[in-house]
Design a protein around this ligand. Structure first.
Ligand code: 4G1
Length: 246
């Protein structure tokens, strides 16, 4: 998949996409990430990319012209790419949205700054707006990194052959069970005995119960939407009755 990020701060992305799983995906050619600096497209004397807002008010607004020209240049090299503005008015990023974006041939991500972008640039050259959550950011760059990371996991091969993007937290709507590695004991805390038992059916049942326990405790809202079996419900009911016994 090709991802092209339009930004006035292309340097922000170098470390993020050259390390760990994304770095390997780029090396393997599964992912092609390009950052396009918007500034060189500015036709103003000093290559400005922002200007004062009509109607007054604090702060600056990103000008339409450099964005429209940068988008036209990038779009021409990526026909059929989905053009996305990362912004607070957008549809909330979720696992299912990320999975659907991962099936595209290309994504063009526009990052805003200051008080936002001249509305006409968004009207003319963006297909949709996506938000990573309800908080105030100083720019869309970190949101573009979050979206790229989250979408990349669903591209076949990115996680390697062993790992499945569906086996992790949230994909079945539950939180993950606790994990342990060596040593067996640290500061008097031992790894749960069942994980050393070699009994794979027992380990699987324990992990499922711990996923249910963690979800009930930390994200009870997720339990409502989760796919639960009759056995899951029985396990949960048992936990509730234990925790209310004093
Ligand atoms: C009003 C949040 C403004 C913010 C209301 C999630 C936030 C991009 C996102 C803002 C941004 C709220 C996002 C706000 C984002 C232009 C430059 C917009 C940064 C900008 C709740 C500033 N997901 N925010 N405005 O943060 O880009 O993607």
């Amino acid at each position: 998949m090709k991802i092209n990020i339009l930004t006035i701060f292309p340097e922000m992305f170098s470390g993020v996409f050259s390390n760990s799983i994304l770095g390997r995906a780029v090396q393997n050619g599964l992912l092609e990430i390009t950052c396009t600096d918007i500034r060189p497209f500015s036709q103003s004397k000093h290559k400005n990319t922002d200007d004062y807002p009509f109607g007054g008010g604090a702060g600056m607004v990103m000008m339409a012209q450099p964005i429209l020209d940068a988008m036209a240049a990038v779009s021409a090299s990526m026909p059929g790419a989905r053009r996305i503005y990362l912004g607070p008015r957008g549809k909330r990023l979720s696992t299912s949205l990320a999975r659907s974006l991962s099936r595209e041939s290309g994504l063009i991500l526009l990052c805003g700054h200051y008080e936002g972008v001249d509305q006409r640039a968004l009207d003319l050259c963006v297909d949709e707006e996506i938000s990573i959550g309800d908080y105030i950011l100083t720019g869309g760059e970190i949101a573009a990194m979050v979206l790229t990371d989250c979408v990349s996991r669903f591209i076949p091969g990115v996680l390697g052959s062993e790992d499945s993007p569906e086996e992790e937290s949230f994909s079945d709507g539950l939180l993950e069970y606790p994990q342990y590695t060596r040593p067996r004991v640290i500061r008097d805390l031992s790894v749960p005995e069942v994980l050393l038992s070699g009994d794979h059916a027992k380990i699987k049942a324990w992990r499922r119960a711990e996923s249910l326990r963690a979800t009930a405790r930390f994200r009870p809202d997720l339990l409502e939407k989760a796919q639960l079996s009759d056995r899951d419900r029985a396990v949960l009911k048992e936990m509730v009755s234990c925790s209310s016994e004093s």
